[in-house]
Design a protein around this ligand. Structure first.
Ligand code: TMP
Length: 393
């Protein structure tokens, strides 16, 4: 049997959302970001995972409702769940600031959120909230208190979980014969196709293919019934699964079969694909650096994203190359970006004098449509992206 093998080393990295002030620089946490492929399970996973408590604590800065794109996405998702399943009970794992769960009645909803700053939001608004990490023990407690749950939903949360086996066992504990488990996470296929290696950071110990999820869910008595491609977060998959312990006939959709087929075509179950990806990442770094350095420090970045933490630290890009980053999130403004220590300004401040810079690196490339639509005043600047390869827009 082939062994799990490392294919990518993105070097010394800080926590992707570890925005910091000057006085915290000396104690900043770093780890080595490496990924491996397991030919038996087809899982792509991080090798040395930083402890979850380091990232998901009382000052986690990422707000799910921080963009129009994600608010629209959760609104549409909630409407589709209501019309397709009309759930009497819904559980969201990783409720963040409540962008999704607020579309459901408080009486029918349960929230699980380890970050206490966000758990306080939904709890204060009357939603029953467990301020804990998802675990088998918590699932058993919920089962005792509420029985089976009609719909379990998790967005960008399953790929955060270190102990996937225990997490999935917990989910299965709560699935009755008619329940559905719906979850969405960044897609491995999209990452390989777009060379978007910035999907890889501390909060993503896994980047899932449908091929790997198919195997691991079956191991936990669940079966995928449908897969949908989503444009959010740079290309995600939404998975619909149900328990195999159900007398109801199981139908697996064309979406499911098509995704498995596309992944096989692209070689997600072939180690060589990952070696080629790793080579493409190295080339991407060289080209991006060349483009940015040519602007002699007259470049800013749009969006202090977790993704750009990986890029700046892997490529060795600091304030000498990127003057500052602009971001609408108040909790990130006036701080420095993790590892690279590039100052973060509000858009009002950073865009007050447009002659300050010639080019803009699109750190928040996954919001390209929303950003270009609202930033017409920046249309004469050079916009740079690294996806699917370093280029001007
Ligand atoms: P993420 O890629 O880690 O999800 O972070 C996206 C960041 O981009 C978040 O901090 C909000 C920021 N952002 C802006 O500053 N302006 C915008 O127009 C959009 C869409 C996002």
């Amino acid at each position: 049997m082939e062994k799990t093998t490392q294919f990518l080393d993105l070097g010394k990295q800080p926590l992707a959302n570890g925005f910091l002030s000057m006085q915290d620089i000396d104690t900043e946490y770093f780890y080595n970001l490496k990924y491996q492929y397991d030919p038996e399970t087809s899982l792509v996973s991080m090798i040395d995972k930083p402890a979850p408590e380091l990232m998901f604590n009382d000052s986690y800065p990422y707000h799910s409702s921080g963009s129009r794109t994600m608010n629209l996405h959760f609104n549409r998702t909630a409407n589709s769940i209501k019309s397709n399943y009309n759930p009497k009970t819904i559980l969201e794992i990783g409720t963040n600031d409540g962008a999704f769960i607020r579309h459901f009645n408080k009486e029918n909803s349960l929230c699980v959120e380890p970050c206490s700053n966000f758990a306080a939001n939904t709890s204060n608004d009357g939603y029953s909230t467990y301020n804990e990490f998802w675990s088998l023990e918590l699932a058993q407690k919920i089962r005792e208190e509420h029985g089976f749950i009609d719909v379990i939903y998790a967005a960008n949360t399953m790929c955060h979980m270190h102990d996937l086996d225990s997490a999935l066992e917990g989910i299965h504990t709560l699935l009755g014969p008619k329940s559905v488990f719906i979850f969405e996470d960044p897609s491995l296929l999209s990452m390989l196709q777009r060379c978007s290696y910035d999907q890889l950071y501390d909060e993503h110990p896994y980047i899932f293919s449908v091929t790997a999820l198919d195997k691991i869910l079956r191991k936990h008595h669940m079966i995928i019934t449908n897969v949908e491609s989503l444009p959010v977060h740079g290309g995600s998959n939404r998975i619909y699964a149900q328990t195999t312990h159900s007398p109801i006939a199981i139908h697996q959709s064309m979406g499911y079969h098509n995704h498995l087929f596309m992944e096989r075509q692209l070689g997600v179950d072939n180690f060589e694909t990952y070696e080629l990806f790793s080579e493409a990442v190295k080339r991407s770094k060289g080209f991006l650096l060349g483009m940015l350095v040519a602007f002699n420090g007259n470049v800013i970045s749009y969006g202090a994203t977790s993704k750009s933490t990986t890029i700046f630290n892997y490529c060795g890009i600091g304030p000498e190359t990127i003057k500052y980053i602009i971001d609408t999130t108040k909790d990130k403004q006036c701080l420095l970006s993790p590892g690279a220590h590039i100052p973060i300004l509000s858009p009002e401040e950073g865009l007050s004098n447009l002659s300050d810079f010639d080019a803009i690196f699109l750190g928040a490339w996954n919001f390209i449509k929303e950003i270009l639509q609202k930033e017409r005043r920046l249309k004469n600047k050079k916009w740079i992206t690294h996806v699917p390869f370093p280029r001007f827009l």
